[in-house]
Design a protein around this ligand. Structure first.
Ligand code: NDP
Length: 530
């Protein structure tokens, strides 16, 4: 066997089978196992620096031809790619469901559908979103100013294992719409999904090298940043994010950081208990809680706390956990086994400090990696379960005496990705939402904002910076190029140019005073213009 990284555990242990490294001569590979069954699904190469650079170089060549196509043609071809994803949706659902142990409903709705909607949104609107912007100049009225959205080149996309199709493919779509190429480094924990996506991409008639996939581990991701890419979109944990941002900083490559979350859900005194309870259960346990926008902590007003908790308990008891290949289950597997240890540590810490177990609490013994959907009550901020990212099927409840208290507690977090507010009063919801420190705040719903292609998605604080989805993210994927041109024929001699002398200084001073100092009759001329 080759080196085993922190991400691997022993594949021989059937209860925790996940990806492992194997070596054959000089070639190292990563084997991908199904977390729900332990079945070996395939293996991928660990690509070294040279191999990564070759993929980036090929992508750059393909990009040169792609960038000169009119945007309408690029979008038409991407819509054909969407058709191919729709036609092969069952293959995609199959691989995502197997590689992540994810229920088929989630593989379709949270992965394939999201990508198809994003392609549709961008391709129907891109010509408008990326249309050159005329800037109405304030005082330089003799000039004409236009901002163009130019392709950057090759975009490096480094992605995690929890949504191995929708996260990287969404970024790929944005890159390609703007005329760039994309090279994706999928997580070593779920590398096969993007290879299937690439197979469909190639068979759909898209230029083959325009999308490159570099498989491997963290070192492969680091090699991608070093391979001459023009921008990096990173989605992953905070600590890796810091390393990736530093590497980009060293090379002065712009980057988007989509990092962890600790989404609070504020249940106000006037919330609809049934809807809030269902939202907590879905928002906490979809993808077995392995989502950066999962409900990670509930602040419930004391007047509804007990009724809400009781209803959540009933709903959790009805959840079906198991292998999504066998049956329609609600909650699938734990993709990355270390998440079970993390969940256990948080639960033990909370119980030691006075929390009580309302449901679940432990891993499920037997084949595959499964963890009981867990609800904890009587939690407070001395417990790690309320303050650190869990990224697993654990939802802690805390009783609060007012919405202000909930807000204050919600905002103590070092993370700020998603947040949720439940109230029957839309105006109140809006008011509270505006006070929560998060990139997105959703009133009376959960998770759904990631599926909305029109709206920006991303975090503040240590949840990162930059946005994906929405019009601004598409513009930021491109390079803004400002062209300043003549509106009137330019003079032969410009009064601001050489030579400098007493006369030109006097003229400049007079103009300066007229613009901003103000005269008796005309006031400050500089204020005349909007
Ligand atoms: P990691 O940070 O461990 O890994 C993310 C990606 O970075 C993987 O492809 C990984 O490769 C790669 N990588 C690791 N080290 C380096 C390095 N030094 N240079 C470049 N790339 C590197 O995250 P996880 O995969 O464990 O994902 C879970 C985290 O992702 C959670 O914190 C979650 O909150 C966050 N996340 C954020 C989202 C958002 O939109 N804000 C969405 C989804 C998840 P490899 O896996 O092969 O080691």
């Amino acid at each position: 066997m080759g080196m085993v990284t922190a991400k691997q555990s022993n594949p021989a242990n059937s209860a925790s089978k996940t990806n492992g490294h194997a070596s054959n001569g000089n070639t190292r590979s990563i084997e991908s196992y199904a977390p729900a069954t332990g079945e070996l699904l395939g293996a991928v190469k660990v690509m070294d620096k040279d191999a990564v650079r070759m993929v980036v170089d090929r992508a750059r060549k393909a990009q040169a031809a792609w960038a000169v196509l009119p945007i309408e043609e690029r979008c038409e071809r991407l819509l054909r790619l969407r058709d191919a994803f729709v036609e092969r949706a069952s293959d995609l659902v199959d691989i995502v469901s197997k590689e992540c142990g994810k229920p088929r409903n989630e593989a379709l709705a949270h992965e394939v559908l999201i990508v198809c909607e994003l392609i549709t949104y961008y391709c129907k609107r891109a010509a408008k979103i990326l249309a050159p912007e005329k800037i109405e100049l304030r005082i330089f009225k003799h000039k004409r100013s236009t901002v163009y959205f130019a392709p950057r080149g090759v975009i490096g996309i480094i992605s995690p294992w929890n949504y191995p199709f929708s996260i990287p493919m969404g970024d790929v779509v944005a890159a390609l719409v703007t005329g760039s190429a994309a090279v994706v480094k999928p997580s070593e924990v779920a590398p096969l999904t993007m290879l299937k996506a690439k197979e469909i991409f190639d068979s759909s008639g898209m230029p083959e090298d325009l999308l490159g996939i570099v498989t491997g581990d963290g070192a492969t991701g680091s090699a991608l940043i070093d391979a001459g890419v023009q921008k990096v979109v990173f989605t992953g944990g905070v600590e890796t994010g810091k390393r990736v941002a530093a590497a980009c900083g060293e090379r002065l490559i712009p980057c988007v950081m989509e990092l962890g979350g600790k989404a609070p859900l504020i249940a106000c005194s006037d919330c609809d208990i049934e809807r809030t309870a269902r939202a907590i259960v879905f928002g906490g346990f979809a993808n077995a809680g392995q989502a950066c926008i999962s409900v990670e902590r509930v602040y419930a007003h004391e007047s509804i706390h007990d009724a809400l908790l009781a209803r959540v308990r009933e709903l959790v008891q009805k959840l079906r956990v198991g292998d999504p290949q066998k049956d329609f289950v609600d909650v699938g597997a734990i993709i990355f086994p270390k998440q079970m240890e993390i969940a256990e540590k948080h639960i033990a810490d909370a119980l030691k400090k006075g929390a009580s177990l309302v449901a679940g609490g432990k891993r499920i013994e037997g084949t595959g990696q499964f963890f009981e959907p867990t609800i904890l009550a009587n939690c407070n901020h001395s417990m790690t379960v309320m303050t650190q990212e869990i990224f697993g099927p654990v939802v802690p409840f805390m009783r609060v005496t007012s919405e202000d208290e909930a807000l204050e507690l919600a905002n103590t977090s070092h993370l700020g990705l998603n947040a949720y507010v439940f109230t029957r009063n839309a105006a109140r919801g809006e008011q509270i939402a505006r006070k929560v420190d998060a990139g997105s705040v959703v009133v009376n719903d959960v998770l759904i904002n990631y599926a909305i292609a029109d709206a920006p998605f991303g975090g503040i604080k240590q949840s990162g910076f930059g946005r994906v989805h929405g019009d601004d993210a598409l513009r930021d994927m491109a390079e803004r190029k400002h062209v300043l041109n003549d509106r009137l024929p330019p003079p032969k001699r410009d009064p601001l140019w050489y030579p400098y002398d007493g006369k030109s200084f006097h003229q400049l001073s007079t103009l300066f005073r007229a613009l901003y100092g103000g005269g008796r009759f005309f006031g400050k001329i500089g204020d005349w213009f909007a």
